[in-house]
Design a protein around this ligand. Structure first.
Ligand code: GLU
Length: 504
């Protein structure tokens, strides 16, 4: 096989949806797996849909995900430029070529005229198609005399160049994921290729660029599958060898009913974009929500592709190794926000306590707590299992930093007995006399005391937790006591007794 060259070709029309990130990722994995080249091409020929900031957002998203671009706007490359608006001059000659060979024609129908035709068809329950069946009755270079339509061009009237779809032809297409597809040309219309503003449409521009950039495989979203027959015909019209195609399955809503949209995310509280989008109608991002890029990428990779084994956790290198297009499914992949969190949980557990301590320290700083990193390492080691995000750590650890101000009433009712205060006073002297403050040493002396008195564990440990934590949550009691220290623990026990013995 000649060199594998793939491209991710987003249009800068807003923030990049996670479906787009997945397309980029699969292209990237495929390129790496096959020692190929991954290209980022910005498709901005539709100026009406252009959104300021979107191009930077796309590049920043790929960078955050660790998807490394080989050729692109920032990286350069032998087929530069990689932004279609910078390639504007290239496309017209190709539209002309198609016209000269009879594969395309000029059309002058106004948007109003076309709207009227669409409406008419709708009334009869049909969809209007601009194709062989009607084109002779419309205003174009096939229906008018040369003198007539040339005069219109000379007058500067608006025109488009349309592809001349053949009549009643079976078009054969091959897709690496969907197999062989046959479509009758009568079900397709004469798509616009070029407009009088000097801009090509997507169909012409992407195809010319894919050819010029020597793209070997076109891996893109399923929404482009209906256009595949047109693209196959265009390659044939140009006399170019077509690349191989792979159309990726849709990303579906969590309930599996329809395409995943920003609204689903807003409604259910999860992001559908990799990064925060700061313009106009703002949107949440995975990065700002506290996801690790490795976890995000791992989660995305499994939306539509499966390794054929039970393995779920993959580093990017492992993904490269395992990836192949024949394990990409045909049916839509349901997005599961809980699973996304699960992935982050897994990656959080894989981080060292030191890494986590540095991350958590930022949050503590913002709250006004300044902490020794070694002490913090011990702390995150105690609570990380209960968290999926560093931002959740404070809720699991607040009582390490401050004595409780309230006590869980329900727990007090159940666990605080008439003789509890007396027993906790006894415990104070046990703790006060402790020579060693490791959790194991504390546990040992506490057990010995409890056994010698014939108490049971629960009647001591539950109220102890109540006065130290404020409720019955948190990691192992002796880990907490050991961390906050003897003096703070004794203070909390005294405070708790006073408070709970004198209910106001
Ligand atoms: N610009 C198109 C898009 O954003 C690219 C489709 C393709 O990859 O051919 O969907």
């Amino acid at each position: 096989m000649s060199q594998v060259r793939v491209r991710f070709a987003p249009s800068p029309t807003g923030p990049l949806h996670i479906g787009g990130v997945r397309t980029a990722l699969y292209n990237y994995l495929f390129a790496r797996k096959n020692n190929g080249i991954f290209i980022l091409r910005i498709e901005d020929t539709d100026r009406t849909r252009f959104v300021e900031g979107a191009e930077e957002y796309i590049m920043e998203s790929l960078r955050w995900c660790g998807i490394v671009v080989d050729e692109g706007i920032a990286e350069g490359g032998k087929f530069a430029p990689y932004r279609q608006s910078d390639r504007k001059e290239i496309y017209e000659q190709y539209a002309d070529q198609l016209f000269d060979r009879g594969f395309a024609y000029y059309a002058f129908d106004t948007p109003e005229e076309l709207d009227a035709l669409r409406l008419e068809a709708e009334k009869e329950g049909k969809t209007f198609l601009y194709n062989a069946a009607v084109r002779k009755k419309l205003r174009n270079s096939l229906s008018m005399s040369d003198v007539e339509w040339n005069a219109m061009l000379d007058r500067g009237e608006h025109y488009v160049i349309r592809f001349r779809m053949p009549e009643d032809e079976e078009i054969h297409c091959d897709d690496l994921i969907r197999g062989h597809i046959v479509v009758n040309s009568d079900t397709l219309d004469d798509k616009v290729l070029f407009k009088s503003d000097g801009m090509p449409t997507y169909h012409l521009a992407h195809l010319v660029d894919d050819h010029l950039m020597e793209i070997s495989h076109v891996i893109r979203g399923e929404e482009w599958l209906p256009s595949l027959p047109l693209h196959v015909l265009l390659y044939r019209a140009f006399g170019w060898e077509a690349p191989q195609f792979a159309h990726l399955p849709l990303l579906l809503k969590p309930d599996g009913k329809g395409k995943l949209s920003k609204r689903d995310g807003d409604r259910m509280g999860f992001p559908v974009f990799p990064l925060y989008w700061p313009y106009g109608e703002t949107a949440k991002g995975y990065r700002e929500d506290g996801y690790y890029p490795e976890a995000f990428i791992n989660m995305i990779a499994l939306l539509g592709w499966n390794p054929g084994t039970e393995q779920e956790i993959f580093s990017i290198d492992e993904l490269v190794n395992a990836f192949s297009l024949d394990r990409v499914g045909k049916s839509g992949a349901r997005f599961d926000p809980e699973k996304a969190k699960w992935f982050n949980h897994q990656y959080l557990q894989k981080r060292t306590d030191q890494q986590l301590a540095f991350e958590f320290r930022e949050i503590l700083r913002a709250k006004g707590f300044h902490m020794d990193i070694v002490r913090l390492e011990m702390l995150v080691g105690l609570i990380k299992e209960r968290t999926s995000f560093v931002r959740e750590m404070w809720d699991q650890a607040d009582f390490f930093f401050r004595a409780p101000e309230t006590f869980d009433q329900e727990a007090v009712r159940k666990k605080w007995k008439a003789d509890t205060a007396g027993k906790l006073e006894e415990f104070k002297s046990i703790l006060g006399g402790a020579a060693e403050l490791t959790p194991a040493a504390l546990e040992l002396i506490t057990r010995e005391w409890i056994e010698s008195k014939g108490y049971n564990m629960g009647e001591i440990m539950n109220p102890l937790r109540l006065v130290i934590v404020g409720s019955l949550r948190g990691p192992h009691m002796f880990d907490i006591i050991s961390w906050i220290g003897k003096e703070e623990s004794l203070n909390r026990i005294s405070r708790g007794i006073t408070f709970l013995e004198n209910p106001r």
